[in-house]
Ligand binder design. Structure first.
Ligand code: AGP
Length: 622
């Protein structure tokens, strides 16, 4: 979703700003812009309704001398993706410019007040309201009889006066026409990180723009405001006043990401899965005790043993992981598990005992709904844990403990390697809880052996790519798909359908295979392919019957199997074979052909696989 960058120092600002925005492109956006302070001209705004490449061209057309500036990639919320709605927005006839991530809920009321004061609005955004409101506060403070003309305090005071009037979330970067030696940043619910350099400072909404510029970073916390100058940073908390900036080392996991010879990040990330799964397992298998171990749950074995229920929450793909997790944990640990969409959980008030442990599952660690749901659960006294990929993200910081995926940066908007790493971690968790409860040492050892085989198994699974290409070529023109499976393969079906629809824009629905006859079977005709996930297992024969029901109605069938069955081979139009594994690990294996199928169909249809329309990588608004 929206991205922010900022630079102040002795070098030209625009190369960092444009380059930084390029590194934030993966988050999803539809317009981009920068504001630089070019003396004596004042604040110069360059914005485009389009890609960072276009912004780069627009910036290059006019020479820049500015050594202070801010930039933004916008994902439209209030008003369409036009140049006028793109950030930065100017406040009060050019006294300041700001970029904003987040949503201001009371913007309409504030706007009415500012219109009455004579301010003119050029955009439909809530962010322009903040810019004018801040300009108004600054004007009033400056007009006070004892005002010192250019004191930093005056600007800080104007920002603070503005912030208390806002209801909603913000990550803000602000530059002032008359103070080119300063950027002010402020955060509430929308992440910001400062890069500490020598004689220069950087600002960004996540660490990716900072890589290669500095290894020292300061995460801004909620209700903190920072004054960045070339040679100093001052951090001020709303309630605590000045606080010492907590300088941390940039994680080595946040390496520069390139395509490594692949045409798209999504494909690269699909192929990284043997390694990302290996990393999720690394150091967590305890063979001596036939269990899994974690460093960051911050709970004693005694506390874990007294847990009576787990609640797993997340959004999108992470919610699908939670659903698979429910099956696995209940099966191996005999522990009741609830799964809730985070967006629903945050406004529900489910009756939960205090011995319910809450897990928020999230790749980015920034999803607004998941963060809000965890906060709500924490408020009610539950221990909250994050299963998260991005180190230092908001959810990772706010949860009481958690498990990192260590999958490395996931750039493609469609989640692939994070999904299989989440499933790997949930399997480890099921083993851990199982061994604290009824699971035998022998069963634990058998599970460990299967988990250890996983990376190699995924390497072999990737060999299905050629077959998937053929299948994609045959069905790329379809306008509807069904994905069907049972047991753990039901959430897999949901995930397969989500992958296809988000990157190829083909309508796809996932269903429990047996549920199909209660409605969706009406969709079956010769133009609607059904992807059946049908590996061996307890419900194999049942799913085979469902497959026959589809064939009997003329529906084309793509079967994902883990063994040769002449009956399936005869019935299905296409068969994709994957290696066999334990039933609870099947969703990790069968995810691969479905990811590849979505990828191949989307590229055949000419879709922008890594940046699908309307989607954002981390959804930081409600
Ligand atoms: C997955 O392909 C999606 N793009 C999306 O559903 C995603 O999983 C969801 O927004 C949750 O994100 P998170 O894991 O970063 O919280």
């Amino acid at each position: 979703m929206c991205g922010i960058v900022g630079y102040i120092g002795s070098k030209q600002a625009s190369p960092f700003l444009v380059g930084g925005l390029r590194r934030l492109e993966y988050r999803g956006y539809d317009s981009a812009g920068i504001a630089t302070i070019n003396s004596p001209e004042g604040i110069r705004i360059t914005r485009v309704a389009g890609r960072v490449d276009q912004l780069d061209q627009a910036v290059s057309r006019r020479p820049q001398v500015a050594t202070t500036g801010i930039g933004h990639t916008r994902w439209a919320t209030h008003g369409p993706a036009t140049e006028e709605n793109a950030h930065p927005h100017v406040g009060g006839h050019g006294v300041l410019a700001l970029t904003h991530n987040g949503v201001i809920e009371n913007y309409e009321t504030l706007k009415q007040g500012l219109l009455a004061l004579g301010y003119t609005f050029h955009s439909a955004t809530d962010s322009e309201v903040i810019a004018h409101l801040m300009a108004e506060c600054l004007k009033n403070i400056s007009a006070a009889p004892n005002a010192t003309t250019d004191s930093v305090d005056r600007y800080v005071e104007a920002v603070q006066q503005t912030l208390v009037q806002l209801r909603g979330t913000y990550g803000l970067a602000i530059v002032f026409r008359d103070r080119p030696d300063m950027i002010i940043a402020a955060r509430l619910g929308s992440p910001l990180v400062i890069g500490v350099g020598r004689g220069e400072h950087f600002l960004a909404s996540d660490t990716s723009p900072l890589v290669g510029f500095t290894e020292r970073i300061v995460y801004l916390a909620d209700h903190q405001l920072a004054v960045l100058r070339a040679d100093s940073i001052q951090v001020i908390h709303r309630d605590e006043g000045k606080v010492r900036p907590n300088v941390q080392q940039l994680s080595s996991q946040t390496q520069e990401v390139d395509l490594g010879g692949f045409p798209h990040y999504m494909l690269k990330e699909i192929y990284e899965q043997p390694e990302s799964i290996r990393n999720a397992l690394r150091g967590r298998l305890d063979k001596d005790n036939g269990t899994a171990k974690f460093g960051g749950l911050n709970l004693t074995p005694q506390q874990l043993r007294s847990v009576r229920r787990l609640l797993l929450t997340g959004c999108g793909t992470s919610w699908h992981s939670a659903m698979v997790g429910e099956y696995i944990i209940e099966e191996l640990a005999r522990l009741p598990v609830e799964v809730e969409y985070a967006s629903e959980l945050r406004y529900r008030n489910p009756p939960l005992e205090h011995d319910t442990l809450i897990f928020g599952i999230t790749q980015s660690g920034e999803t607004a709904d998941t963060l809000a749901a965890l906060r709500e659960m924490k408020r009610k006294g539950h221990h909250t844990l994050a299963i998260c990929n991005v180190i230092g993200s908001s959810i990772a910081q706010e949860a009481d403990g958690g498990i990192y995926l260590h999958a490395g940066p996931e750039i493609g908007v469609a989640s692939t390697k994070a999904f299989t790493s989440q499933l790997t971690v949930l399997s480890l968790l099921a083993l851990h809880f199982g061994r604290l409860r009824g699971l035998s040492f022998e069963a634990g050892q058998r599970i460990i052996a299967r988990l250890e085989e996983l990376p190699e198994l995924i390497e072999r699974t990737l060999e299905c790519h050629d077959k998937v290409r053929t299948v994609a070529a045959r069905f790329a023109d379809a306008t509807n798909f069904l994905y069907l499976g049972r047991n753990t393969n039901f959430p897999s079906a949901l995930e397969g359908a989500l992958k296809l629809k988000e990157i190829s824009y083909i309508h796809a629905e996932g269903y429990p295979a047996a549920e199909m006859k209660h409605g969706p079977i009406a969709l079956v005709d010769e133009h609607t392919p059904s992807v059946f996930i049908i590996p061996r297992g307890v419900v194999y024969d049942k799913v085979l019957s469902n497959l026959q029901e589809v064939k009997a109605r003329g529906g084309p069938v793509i079967a994902i199997v883990d063994h040769h069955d002449p009956q399936v081979a005869r019935l299905a139009d296409e068969v994709i074979s994957v290696p066999a594994t334990e039933e609870f690990l099947q969703p990790i294996v069968t995810a691969i052909p479905m990811q590849l199928l979505a990828y191949e169909i989307a590229t055949l249809r000419g879709c922008d696989v890594d940046k699908p329309r309307n989607l954002a990588k981390s959804v930081t608004v409600e």
